[in-house]
Design a protein around this ligand. Sequence first.
Ligand SMILES: [Zn+2]
Ligand SMILES: [Zn+2]
Length: 116
Amino acid sequence: MPIIKQTHLCLNEKIDLFIFYFYYSLKMECTKCKKRLDLSLFSYKNIEDKIYYLYCDNCREKTNNDNKKIYNNINYLYVKNNNVISCKCGKNYIAFRSYHITRHENSKYHKENIIS
Ligand SMILES: [Zn+2]
Ligand SMILES: [Zn+2]
């Protein structure tokens, strides 16, 4: 809390000061963790209009990480489902990294079945 000299203030200044302290002591409830937290723990969604995110920074970070995990899982499944290789040896296998192909081509199954 900043120190402001409160001596000899006119009414308008007192009102300003009151508003200032009022905003400073404002707390907001995070809609995620349901905690009443200091506004400093929230980030602006829109700085110009002074609109805050409804999640505190902590929850927002957690949510972002969860979203990243979900995205990675979806991405993994997508890649997994779209990289099925039908080999000449008759085997279908998943390859989303080149070493999967190398590994298959060096496998016993592939070597035994590619010749015949
Ligand atoms: Zn929260
Ligand atoms: Zn093969």
